[in-house]
Ligand binder design. Structure first.
Ligand SMILES: Nc1ncnc2c1ncn2[C@@H]1O[C@H](COP(=O)(O)OP(=O)(O)OP(=O)(O)O)[C@@H](O)[C@H]1O
Ligand SMILES: [Mg+2]
Length: 293
């Protein structure tokens, strides 16, 4: 068995603990609902490079959809189209029926999208509480700074937001890491803080960009447990783009596979694991990578 086939067959050893820690403000949306997000005919080119060709899929309320594919398959491109960082030349991305294409990232946040970045995008000198409070900024009517200065309504609002931030800190088991600049925290902990900041926006759909990239085995298992807890507790719908195929197989309800910018499979993990086109795509790219230039 090749290393790639072995990787496809390998499941993440994560124990999917689902402890209920905090009650959510977010309405629980379960997978028996209709599509919460509809992606139709998305095509994106960079000059002569066709990064995405006619990509279509649906995201059901409450599910976890993993997007995988070999290097250069278009994972980051579709992720950036979903979060309105890129505007595709063709196609539509609708969240709860509303069009996101061409409206910019802040519109996506207002519509209920939360995202993390492949490379950490935290405020390094600030502690966890401040980073999460800044994540809540789009929800604040008076603003974080005004809340810090003024009394009365702004003060009460700030208190309620801070209380929610502390619920999230407990949900993510980050209490012990509080009080220090996040730059001093271990890498795996900082990735969790980034998830916390995205959750602080109370998203209905959470987009996770390679959440376990660069993590050791223990950190990967902890992240898998945390993602499972978020689903169980908050009912958040999750799209996860990931290189680590083993990680997604145990976690995802469905797996969408991209190759050369096209969807070659979308189904439950077992179907994807056994699809010869998927194995071929990974093997083909592994062979290309090993070839002399
Ligand atoms: N900003 C860009 N300018 C030009 N070409 C790009 C740009 N972003 C992506 N591409 C190209 O589009 C294709 C898809 O790239 P993309 O980054 O989406 O793939 P990926 O699946 O995320 O790859 P990886 O696993 O290496 O992260 C590749 O051929 C890539 O070189
Ligand atoms: Mg990428």
């Amino acid at each position: 068995m090749s290393a790639i086939t072995a990787k496809l067959e390998m499941g993440s050893p994560a124990a999917l603990a689902t402890t209920s820690v905090v009650a959510s403000n977010t309405p629980i949306a379960r997978s028996d609902g209709g599509p919460i997000m509809e992606v139709r005919g998305v095509s994106l080119a960079f000059g002569g490079i066709q990064a995405l060709s006619d990509v279509s899929f649906e995201l059901r309320a409450g599910e976890l959809l993993a997007i995988i594919g070999p290097n250069g398959a278009g994972k980051s491109s579709i992720f950036n189209c979903l979060s309105s960082i890129y505007t595709p030349q063709a196609g539509s991305v609708r969240l709860n029926g509303g069009e996101l294409v061409g409206r910019g990232p802040s519109h996506g946040v207002r519509m209920g999208l939360g995202r993390t970045f492949q490379n950490l995008g935290l405020f390094d000198n600030a502690d966890i509480e401040t980073n999460l409070m800044l994540g809540r900024h789009p929800l604040m009517s008076s603003g974080f700074l005004a809340a810090a200065i003024w009394r009365g309504k702004a003060r009460r609002e700030e208190f309620a937001h801070r209380e929610r931030v502390h619920e999230l800190i407990d949900l993510l088991k980050l209490r012990e890491a509080c009080g220090r600049p996040v730059s001093l925290l271990p890498y795996g902990t900082r990735k969790l803080v980034e998830v916390g900041r995205a959750l602080a926006m109370e998203p209905t759909v959470l987009l996770l960009d390679e959440p376990v990239a660069g993590m050791n085995r223990e950190e990967r298992e902890h992240m898998a447990e945390t993602i499972a807890t978020i689903r169980e507790t908050l009912g958040t719908t999750i799209v996860l783009v990931e290189h680590d195929v083993g990680f997604v197989m145990d976690l995802a309800d469905r797996v969408l596979v991209l190759d050369f910018g096209r969807v070659i499979q979308c189904g439950d993990p077992e179907t994807v694991r056994n699809d010869p086109r998927v194995i071929e795509a990974y093997l083909g790219h592994a062979a290309d990578a090993g070839r002399e230039p």
